[in-house]
Design a protein around this ligand. Structure first.
Ligand code: ADP
Ligand code: MG
Length: 472
């Protein structure tokens, strides 16, 4: 009996040490509030081999932690305890479990096992699934501005009452890097913190498509669609990737209807408003318009300034108002690029260990403009041009002389010259090995045509914007 108690005590101490190690890792990977709410209250009880027994206040905890952080927890205990590690959850009736009860968990089985605690191993009472939500996207760190006011307000409203407002679906649209993904994930995270038992999933529509194709191949389409039909909130990012994927659209239509009819929340994002999603089935477009469509506009100067200020503070750096002003005036396209600028500035200064001054900010902004050019590839330009002009990509690389193909090819060559640092020779090679003189001819021709033809000038402008924005 004495020996048993000693082992118990050692094991209890070990469990504390081990759990402390686990908490260190968990703390780094979850938001502060989540850590405080869900992980701090956990008490390590006993380590038995690689099995760690932990005590949680109630059933809710098990469901929530298991539902949201299963992967993180598994990774953590594998790292700290070993590959065979497992967590055994116990729920205390109320207060702490009396010591005597813990000892009964010992291998010594002489005493009758009669315990005041309810033991519950994690059960699969709901199928395990990854929410794919990134905890870093919250409402707290989403800065309000004129450009995102309506979208943010609607997003917040539905995260308080998912499925119960008229914003169903909520359709958020806008250009690249303006905060769509941030906002729709913030909704998911907030729903889960308001209603931990709700089933929320986030994914982008291209992942949805890939999963669907896999399901078809594995003969599991029913399972696939039933899985999504059971969600309380379905968040699909970049819905424009469903364009021209008719089978996936049909299935999505079906899932949409079931969820909508049963008052479940649907949240979508796209780079354009529903009516402009050409290549998407009309019946889907009309459903997307049932709820609320809200756009996000590029941030105005004040918002850019506020974002820079907040983000630099988050990074723990002080930027004087003239630096913030300089960056906010010069980087206007989107928020991703503002963030990129801060990170770069931080990297530049930490290498030189100097204080950040206006000169450095100017240098960094300049580098970003250059990066933008380097990052644009001829392939990418060709892809966007062909998409916008409705021409098959391979046609511009072949010897096709159809008028619309020739125009698309010449525009792609012209933009490749303008937006990349590639030589005429390299550009020619990308278009079916054409000669550099062909590229010169194309560039001149587009220059002349766009001066004469306002419509062409507009098309050119919008393609160029699209390319520049997407790599910014
Ligand atoms: P999108 O999905 O529209 O392309 P993201 O949501 O990925 O854009 O946003 C790009 C980056 O800018 C992210 O790091 C995001 O956190 C940040 N961001 C966007 N909008 C805001 C905002 N209003 N406040 C703070 N950060 C923002
Ligand atoms: Mg996005």
């Amino acid at each position: 009996m004495l020996i048993t108690m000693n082992i118990t005590e050692i094991s209890s101490n070990n469990s504390k040490m081990i759990w402390k190690e686990c908490l260190k890792i968990i703390k780094e990977n979850v938001p502060y509030m989540t850590y405080n709410t869900w992980f701090l209250p956990i008490k390590p009880i006993l380590l038995n081999g690689q099995s760690l027994k932990i005590q949680v206040p109630n059933n809710f905890f098990i469901e929530w932690i298991d539902g949201h952080y299963n992967t993180l927890i598994n990774k953590t205990i594998h790292q700290v305890i070993g590959l065979e590690a497992e967590l055994v959850y116990i729920i205390s009736d109320e207060n702490d479990i009396p010591e005597i009860e813990l000892r009964r968990e010992e291998p010594s089985r002489h005493e009758p096992v009669q315990t005041a605690v309810i033991e519950k191993e994690i059960k699969n009472d709901k199928p395990e699934f990854e929410t794919y939500l990134n905890q870093k996207y919250t409402f707290d760190n989403f800065i309000k501005g004129d450009g995102n006011q309506l979208a943010r307000a609607a997003a917040f409203a539905i995260s308080e009452n998912p499925g119960e407002t008229s914003f169903n679906p909520l359709f958020i649209y806008g250009g690249v890097g303006l905060g769509k993904t941030h906002l729709i994930q913030a909704i998911g995270n907030k729903i889960l913190s308001n209603y931990p038992h709700k089933r929320v999933i986030y994914l982008s529509s291209d992942i949805f498509t890939v999963e669907f194709v896999e399901a078809v191949q594995a003969n599991k389409v029913n399972e696939f669609s039933n899985f999504y039909k059971k969600m309380d909130a379905l968040i699909i990012d970049d819905i424009q990737f469903l364009i021209n994927k008719e089978k996936t659209q049909d299935l999505f239509f079906n899932i949409f209807n079931i969820l909508h009819q049963s008052g479940k929340q649907i949240i979508l994002s796209s780079d354009k408003p529903p009516k402009d999603l050409k290549g998407l089935n009309e019946r889907l477009i009309s459903r997307f318009q049932w709820g609320l469509s809200a756009d996000i506009q590029p941030p105005d100067y004040e918002t850019r300034f506020a974002i820079l200020k907040k983000k630099s503070e988050n990074y723990g750096i002080y930027l004087s108002p003239d630096i913030l002003e300089y960056i906010a005036i010069n980087i206007t396209s989107n928020i991703r690029e503002l963030e990129g600028c801060l990170i770069k500035l931080l990297a530049n200064t930490s290498l030189s260990s100097k204080e950040i001054n206006l000169e450095m900010a100017k240098k960094t902004v300049k580098e970003i403009a250059t990066d933008r050019k380097v990052n644009i590839s001829i392939e990418y330009i060709t892809k966007v041009v062909c998409e916008c002009m409705n021409v098959e990509e391979n046609k511009v690389r072949e010897k096709n002389r159809k008028q619309e193909v020739v125009l698309a090819r010449q525009i792609a060559m012209y933009l490749s010259k303008k937006l990349t640092k590639s030589s005429l020779k390299t550009i020619g090679l990308h278009f079916g090995g054409r000669d550099h003189s062909t590229v010169i001819h194309a560039c001149n021709n587009i220059e002349v045509l766009s001066n004469e033809d306002i419509a062409l000038k507009d098309v050119l402008e919008s393609i160029r914007n699209k390319i520049e924005l997407s790599v910014a």
